[in-house]
Design a protein around this ligand. Structure first.
Ligand SMILES: Cc1cc2nc3c(=O)[nH]c(=O)nc-3n(C[C@H](O)[C@H](O)[C@H](O)COP(=O)(O)OP(=O)(O)OC[C@H]3O[C@@H](n4cnc5c(N)ncnc54)[C@H](O)[C@@H]3O)c2cc1C
Ligand SMILES: NC(=O)c1ccc[n+]([C@@H]2O[C@H](COP(=O)([O-])OP(=O)(O)OC[C@H]3O[C@@H](n4cnc5c(N)ncnc54)[C@H](O)[C@@H]3O)[C@@H](O)[C@H]2O)c1
Length: 452
């Protein structure tokens, strides 16, 4: 008979969702099993958030430096930037993380977990029993079904964030956050970059105005953005990967980056042995407001397909574990910020105007930050394309959405997140006093323009 050990909880997958769940359970004194086939830190730590933000940083600094009088224009030294990225992804070595979890009392098992039945986990022939299972197995890149693409040099987020050499010509398929961020660091590192967007705009989840500004900025950096098109077929021609567009244009690339969304990792997990429901279209685990997928089973992060960002994975883990520990919480996905890092940053929170108009009498205002504020001019010499938009419910007099395209927007969007989530009346927000000269002052300018 196989070895059997009993645990209070088993965490399957140690990306940000799994890590927060495990940390919280260990702090509560629980006996915890953690299972991870690759590296503790997950996709986010090694192939997504961390390396992409690390590669964007030298690029944005080089671009900022060029825009700031009195500083020597710096160029990015690839080998040094790469070395910092390698440090940030821990050279794909998680020995310290394993040790830290073991020191906290966890049992760490390397391997792919399979659920053998309620409360039963199998990892490559080792069996464990547990009262609770937390599924935090994340997602993988979805590769589009394009004839001949398999003959090409195709990069998912994994190769794109861990590149060793910068390709000369890159074509990116997709127009979401991954495409917009990746295009900027590759461009800043010297590649010729073309984005193929199958829709009319970039960042299709955001306000059309956000898409317009993002497009302006990318094009100003020399990134080619082709809208309303995609690769119809592909083939290899010597060293070149060739993508053929519907109008017959053939694009040659040294690497084709697929940035076409994510696939929740629910296959081969043995979920059929539990009363868990998977979304028919995406395969994501359906969860209730406590992130429970069934009795004794919880799911957090990308595997739920709810909002595939790290801050949501971590939030869901807090909700699930607190509920498991008898302090029931319900997840509220209102007003969770969405950010696209780059130069400048794009940030948004709450509803878009189209979404809001279905539910309420909506009023909107947009402020050109370069016209309204001093800060853009003390930040760079010739600022342009920087704006803040706000949306309010006329009847309730509260904000329901906001977006910004400007430096550091990822940080100061949180003021709108707080106002929306807590439904702070616009009247009260108008009495806030933001420090001078900052981007935060933009809120007053935008709120004063709202015709409530
Ligand atoms: C290029 C890119 C950049 C991004 N940048 C950002 C960003 O800046 N900010 C942000 O908020 N979000 C960002 N995201 C999204 C973010 O990476 C994900 O939302 C986040 O990683 C989800 O965390 P998770 O814990 O659900 O899963 P993951 O990070 O995917 O981790 C899941 C873990 O489960 C493990 N696993 C898989 N199968 C099994 C199994 N059978 N048994 C046990 N373990 C298993 C995997 O090996 C992995 O370690 C980015 C995504 C991409 C692609
Ligand atoms: N800063 C951040 O927080 C950050 C950064 C990167 C990614 N993420 C998250 O990671 C997830 C994945 O991002 P993403 O940009 O890959 O996905 P996405 O789902 O946001 O966008 C996918 C894009 O690919 C296009 N597409 C899909 N299938 C296609 C096909 N067959 N041919 C051509 N185009 C196709 C879509 O039209 C869309 O533009 C998202 O949820 C995103 O929010 C977050």
């Amino acid at each position: 008979m196989a070895e059997q050990e009993r645990f209070d909880a088993a965490v399957l997958g140690m990306g940000p969702g799994g890590e927060v769940a495990a940390d919280r359970l260990l702090k509560a004194g629980k006996k915890v099993l953690v299972v991870e086939p690759e590296l503790i830190g997950g996709e986010c730590g090694y192939w997504a958030c961390i390396p992409s933000k690390t590669l964007l940083r030298p690029v944005e600094l080089a671009w900022s430096t060029a825009e700031t009088p009195g500083v020597t224009t710096s160029s990015v030294v690839w080998e040094e930037a790469r070395s910092w990225r390698d440090d940030m992804v821990r050279h794909h070595d998680d020995a310290r993380q394993v040790q830290q979890y073991e020191e906290q009392g966890a049992t760490v098992v390397r391997g792919a977990a399979r659920i053998a039945g309620p409360g039963r986990i199998d990892v490559q022939g080792r069996e464990f029993t547990t009262d609770q299972i937390v599924v935090a197995t994340g997602s993988t890149a979805r590769v589009p079904d394009i004839e001949g693409l398999d003959q090409c040099t195709v990069w998912t987020n994994r190769e794109a964030t861990n590149l060793r050499e910068v390709p000369r010509r890159v074509v990116i398929i997709g127009a979401g956050p991954v495409a917009v961020e990746t295009s900027q660091y590759l461009r800043g590192l010297g590649a010729e970059v073309t984005i193929l967007a199958r829709g009319r705009r970039l960042l299709g989840r955001e306000e059309p105005r956000v898409s317009e500004l993002a497009l302006e900025h990318l094009r100003a950096r020399g990134i080619t953005v082709l809208l309303n098109t995609s690769a119809e077929r592909a083939h290899r021609d010597g060293a070149d990967s060739m993508l053929v567009l519907p109008d017959g244009t053939a694009l040659a690339a040294d690497a084709v980056v697929v940035a076409t969304g994510r696939q929740p990792r629910t296959q081969d997990l043995g979920l059929e042995s539990l009363s868990v429901v998977l979304d028919k279209e995406t395969g994501a685990i359906e969860v209730d407001e406590h992130c429970a997928g069934g009795p004794g089973v919880w799911a957090v992060g990308d595997v739920t397909g709810i909002m595939e960002v790290t801050h949501v994975a971590k939030y869901q883990a807090r909700v699930a574990v607190d509920t498991m520990l008898g302090r029931a919480r319900s997840a509220n996905y209102d007003a969770i910020p969405r950010v696209v890092f780059g130069h400048p940053e794009v940030a948004a929170v709450g509803l878009t105007r189209e979404q809001a108009a279905e539910k309420m009498q909506v009023v909107a205002a947009e402020v050109d930050l370069t016209a309204a504020l001093a800060r853009p001019w003390t930040h760079e010499q010739e600022p342009s394309g920087q704006a803040l938009g706000v949306l309010a419910d006329r009847d309730r007099g509260v904000l329901v959405g906001a977006w910004a395209v400007a430096p550091h927007a990822s940080e100061w969007i949180h003021q709108a997140a707080l106002a929306i989530r807590e439904q702070i009346p616009v009247e009260r927000l108008l009495d806030q006093v933001a420090q001078f000269p900052t981007y935060s002052e933009g809120y007053l300018a935008a709120l004063e323009d709202l015709e409530l």
